[in-house]
Design a protein around this ligand. Structure first.
Ligand code: SAM
Length: 314
C-alpha cells in the first residue's frame, strides 16, 4: 500500500498523479506542479536510510546526486553514453535546464515511450480479464488462455511493449521480449492498476541511438563535454538488453574517462575500482579514477543481500 494517494496535494504545490514504485527506503510518485508540469517525487523513509546514505552535511546522498552537485559549468554538454530508461539524462536536464543533454537511446526506449497509450489500453483489457482473479496469484487454465489471446491480438495489430507488460504479468524481475517468451512463461496477476504517463519525460533532451564508442568519437574533442558513464553490469544483462557485457567490454569503457570530466557509475560488485588501483600501482598505466570524488549508496536487495552503488566523478 503506497503512502500517498492519487490527487493528494503535497506542500501546497504538487498533486500526486500516480504511484510509480517502492524501493527498500523510498517510494516514487509521478506528480504535477501548479504549472501542470510532470515531476518525479521521491518519498524517503528516513528511518530506513543507512548512515552511509547521508552526505557529510546530513543531506540524503541520492538527492545530492540528482541535484547534480558536481559543479560543472552551466553551459556544459552532458553526453549520457549508456542510457537504458533515460532517467539519468532526465534528471541532469531537469537540474541543469540550460545545459545541452544528449541521451544515447541504444535500446530504443523511445519506441516504448511512444507506445504508452497502446500499453495502457492493453493493461486495461487485462485488468478486465483478471478482475476476479486473486492478486499476485498464478494465472492458469482458461484465464491464462484469455490473457495470452488478448496479448496475441494486440501483437497482430502492431508493437507490444513486452518488457513493460512483463512487470504486470511475470514474477518480479523476470522479463520477456516477445510473444513466444510470454507463452512459455508462468503468468501471475500482478497487473498494474494505474495508467503509465510519461508527459514531460526527457523534454529538452537530445536523442541519438549509437554504439557508445561512436558517440564518444563525436564529442571527445569538445572540452566542455561531461560524459555520463553507466555501462551495463558485468556479464549480467542478458534478455532485456541487446548484449552480453564481458570484462573486455567493461575495461574498454575506461578509455572514455581519460583526461576529462566524467561521472562514472559502478558498484562494489564489479571490483573495477580495486582492479584500477592495482593497475595504477603495479603497471605504467594511469588509474583513471585517481583524483575522482567517490559517493556511495548502499542498496539492500533482501535481508541477506546488500551491495554498494558507487558514483565517481571529476
Ligand atoms: C546500466 S544501464 C544504464 C541505465 C541508465 N543510466 C538509466 O538511467 O536508465 C546500461 C545500458 O547500456 C546499454 N548498452 C549496451 N551496450 C551498449 C553499447 N555498445 N553502446 C551504448 N549503450 C549500450 C544497455 O542496453 C543498457 O541500457
Amino acid at each position: 500500500m503506497s503512502k500517498l494517494s492519487k490527487g493528494q496535494i503535497i506542500d501546497n504545490k504538487y498533486s500526486v498523479s500516480f504511484f510509480l514504485k517502492k524501493g527498500s527506503y523510498a517510494e516514487t510518485y509521478r506528480v504535477q506542479n501548479e504549472a501542470k508540469e510532470t515531476k518525479l517525487l521521491k518519498l524517503f523513509d528516513f528511518a530506513k536510510l543507512h548512515r552511509t546514505q547521508f552526505t557529510e552535511s546530513s543531506e540524503i546522498l541520492e538527492i545530492e546526486i540528482l541535484k547534480g552537485g558536481f559543479n560543472y559549468p552551466q553551459d556544459a554538454t552532458f553526453v549520457d553514453l549508456f542510457v537504458g530508461s533515460g532517467l539519468l539524462s532526465h534528471f541532469v536536464k531537469q537540474n541543469n535546464p540550460s545545459a545541452k543533454v544528449v541521451y544515447n537511446d541504444y535500446d530504443n526506449y523511445f519506441e516504448r515511450l511512444k507506445h504508452i497509450p497502446a500499453t495502457n489500453v492493453l493493461l486495461a483489457e487485462l485488468r478486465t480479464i483478471l478482475a476476479d482473479w486473486p492478486k499476485d496469484k498464478r494465472i492458469t487454465d482458461a484465464t491464462r488462455d484469455r490473457v495470452l489471446s488478448c496479448v496475441e491480438q494486440a501483437d497482430s495489430k502492431g508493437f507490444v511493449d513486452y518488457v513493460t507488460l512483463s512487470s504486470s504479468l511475470l514474477f518480479s524481475m523476470c522479463y520477456v521480449t516477445d510473444l513466444k517468451g510470454l507463452k512459455a512463461a508462468t503468468l501471475y496477476n500482478v497487473v498494474r492498476m494505474s495508467d503509465y504517463n510519461a508527459d514531460g519525460y526527457l523534454t529538452g533532451v537530445e536523442r541519438v541511438s549509437l554504439d557508445y564508442k561512436a558517440l564518444y568519437e563525436q564529442y571527445k574533442e569538445n572540452k566542455n563535454v561531461v560524459f555520463l558513464v553507466d555501462p551495463p553490469y558485468l556479464s549480467t544483462e542478458v534478455g532485456v538488453y541487446k548484449s552480453y557485457w564481458k570484462l573486455k567490454d567493461y575495461l574498454d569503457v575506461l578509455q572514455v574517462l581519460d583526461n576529462r570530466p566524467y561521472v562514472y557509475f559502478t558498484s562494489n560488485k564489479s571490483n573495477i575500482i580495486e582492479l584500477c588501483d592495482w593497475i595504477g600501482s603495479k603497471t605504467s598505466i594511469a588509474n583513471p579514477f585517481t583524483g575522482a570524488t567517490t559517493k556511495t549508496v548502499n542498496v539492500t536487495m533482501n535481508y541477506s543481500s546488500t551491495y554498494t552503488n558507487m558514483i565517481l566523478y571529476k
